[in-house]
Design a protein around this ligand. Sequence first.
Ligand code: SAH
Length: 330
Amino acid sequence: MNKEELTEILSDNSNNNRLYKEADRVRRENVGDKVHLRGLIEFSNICKRQCKYCGLRSPNKDVERYRILKDDIINTAANAVNLGYRTIVLQSGEDDYYDTDKITEIIREIKKFDVALTLSIGEKTYDEFKEFKKAGADRYLLRIETTDENLYKEMHPHASYENRKRCLYDLKSLGFETGTGCLVGLPNQTIESLADDILFFKEIDADMIGIGPFIPHEQTPLKDASKGDFWLALKVMALTRINLPNINIPATTAMETLNPQGRIIALQSGANVVMPNVTSTEYRAKYEIYPGKICINDQPEKCRGCIEGKIRAIGRTISKNKGFRNKPNL
Ligand code: SAH
């Protein structure tokens, strides 16, 4: 679809159900009925950045900051592997304590478990990305957040849109399965820019796309902004599936925060991945990028069983492989 078509569909709500169904069909035909689970470890909520929407932004003094150290991260990963996860995702704020040596050591240890490893630790240099790849990391998640450059500037003080894009192209060129995505419902975000976001995903040939509604956080400059619309976020996700048929698309946690059935609805509207939290309960509430995060009091065992039940209830099953984009049997 071109920009005009995308904008028209995004602006017209009379055929939404047909669109969600079509995305579900495209998902089934291209990536099948299996759902890939990724075990998410939120290993540090310390961040040097000031993203206006994010509760972990450095000026927020009301967060109790934590770091999970190497051995604990590895134990958490081992526990997730025992629960059947075939991918481990390491996510954090931009915390310079974890330098290249520390991250590569963690990567090498976790890769011994015969799992795919995804990093989601923010913007780095080409050489750092290269070291992560050499150490065995398979995938990297870095949302572009918005392709509207003015809005990007407004939302990310002291950051550069060009650098974020550079990171994504570096990751692609280094052979990472590259994930990006956007927020839906940022203040002053236009429908046209959401159409551009989808075209950008296609332009860089993203392997994974995460779409989430914006949720205002009380301790950020956007505390009084309106929250994003669940159905619009779902629509951007459905259009992403239709335009990039064979990629991996998670049913995001932020969707479930706005709608108690959010992840299941997403799985029936184009998504084929879920990223349950496997972080120990003592840290979960402190990784508060937005309020109302689900499952903050649950142990990893509970989340694993809970999501499996929901997935089976809609007639889908859990994949037993690592869930690479273009290697369906790996
Ligand atoms: N530091 C890493 C990880 C960021 S957290 C990085 O820069 O990639 C993962 C995602 O949470 C972000 O990319 C952003 O899209 C989302 N997020 C942050 N604050 C949010 C909010 N208030 N509402 C919804 N999603 C949010």
